[in-house]
Design a protein around this ligand. Structure first.
Ligand code: AMP
Length: 418
């Protein structure tokens, strides 16, 4: 197969790395890619959100399968443009991508299909939202509708904070939600329109600071699997949340095809849906890819062509841990251009791969370009070993402008008494 991968982050570097190792992958092209992805693929500088540009590139390179990494091209309808021309795509059309693009759409779909999620109210005007607050306790969750890259959500611990969040959103669509208590875990399911199969679990760390403090980020680290999502809970989440969602979308004539990422709250009553994403998580993907066994390209093609029932995804029982190295200032304005050295030394640590999230090749060498810069990933036979390897590798890297969290996986360390 000739494969085209869209995107330019750490997630796509991990996807490219795994696709490149697939026996069925003949040629790998990435758009726009990054210096890390350039190790495994030919990078072509086009706008991944421009459907016509992507289509032209796919035709020019006789592409058999397009794998769409990030949400923006999915929501923008790049999948639609490719499918309309008969090209196999891993990633949903824009109608099904509303699961991520519109929180209100997802909440309504859950309600109509009795899918467990937080009780909610949708409003379009600030005054209505203020009034609706009365029917919720504190804490309460306020979410702006639409793509917000992990921002746009306020967990308000006082009424004043909730009112401020509503005022900040103004007369725009928002969702007010009941606060759910429990531990969060992510479930990644492959869905080919009809068949949905649990693929992997993971947990991530969204806050910038140790002890899960400070502002939200795209994610400062992740690990897979997430033992807290036991086989029994995963089964429940598939039966009560993921499969009913896939069925509802198929019945509406807007089938989902790709990876459905369910952000779950494991409550005392069982798993409840917090949110959907319509692509792999970043950095969860970096922690999942090292565990993938078998021909990954073939698996994605089976999803893209509605033949998921004919294949069996295989993940190793090993653990993988990803530590993000970010540029100083992130998630505010990150320091740009800082020199990064000794990535090769980090990759000498057993089981380690360093994925590039935001790097650039310059005359003086590799430099930072973006907030999250590197995704240092290690795999091992136990969680503790994978974590130790990841930090050993991080410690090799010479990046004066960088910072990282030392406590990635703290919940798991507590659970195993480490
Ligand atoms: P979202 O963008 O919907 O994933 O929300 C971002 C984060 O806010 C989640 O990862 C949770 O930590 C938190 N959150 C969102 N909704 C709820 C809820 N209903 N109850 C508790 N926490 C929530």
């Amino acid at each position: 197969m000739n494969i085209l991968l869209l995107g330019s982050g750490g997630r796509e570097d991990a996807l490219a790395w795994r696709l490149r190792q697939s026996p069925s992958c003949e040629a790998l092209v990435a758009a726009p890619g990054n210096p890390g992805i350039g190790r495994w693929a030919e990078c072509v500088a086009i706008d991944a959100c421009n459907g016509q540009a992507v289509l032209a590139l796919a035709r020019e390179r006789s592409i058999d399968l397009v794998v769409i990494g990030p949400e923006a091209p999915l929501v923008a309808g790049v999948g639609d443009a490719l499918r309309a021309e008969g090209i196999a795509v891993f990633g949903p059309n824009s109608a099904a991508a509303r699961l991520e693009g519109s929180k209100g759409f997802t909440k309504d779909l859950c309600e109509a299909n009795r899918i467990p999620t937080a009780r909610y109210v949708r409003t379009e005007r600030a005054a209505d939202a203020m009034a609706a607050l009365d029917s919720f306790g504190i804490p309460v969750v306020i979410k702006a509708d639409g793509l917000a890259a992990g921002k746009g959500v306020t967990v308000a611990t006082t009424r004043e904070e909730a009112e401020q969040a509503i005022a900040g959103i103004g007369d725009s669509p928002l969702v007010i939600e009941e606060f759910l208590e429990g531990e969060e875990a992510s479930l990644f399911a492959l869905v080919d329109g009809q068949t949905a199969i649990a693929f992997a679990s993971a947990q991530d760390h969204k806050r910038v600071g140790e002890g899960d403090t400070g502002p939200n980020t795209g994610g400062m680290g992740a690990y897979s699997p997430a033992p807290v999502l036991t086989a029994a809970l995963e089964q429940r989440a598939m039966d009560e949340i993921v499969r009913p969602t896939a069925q509802a979308l198929a019945a509406a004539g807007t089938p989902f095809c790709g990876v459905l990422y369910a952000g779950l709250m494991l409550t005392a009553e069982g798993p409840k849906l917090i949110e959907y994403n319509v692509r792999f998580g970043d950095p969860e993907c970096e922690a999942i890819m090292p565990r993938v066994e078998g021909d990954f390209a073939q698996l994605l093609e089976a999803v893209a062509t509605g033949r998921l029932s004919e294949v069996e995804p295989k993940l190793s029982d090993d653990f993988a841990v990803t530590v993000i190295v970010a540029a100083r200032g992130y998630p505010g304005t990150p320091a740009s251009g800082g020199l990064i050295r000794e990535v090769e030394a980090a990759e000498q640590v057993e089981g380690v791969t360093v994925f590039h999230a935001g790097t650039e090749a310059s005359e003086s060498g590799l430099v930072a370009k973006g907030g999250r810069v590197l995704a240092v990933t290690a795999i091992a036979d136990s969680f503790a070993n994978a974590r130790a390897r990841a930090y050993r590798a991080v410690d090799q890297i010479d990046f004066a402008d960088g910072f990282h969290r030392r406590d990635i996986g703290w919940r798991e360390m507590e659970r195993i008494g480490g």
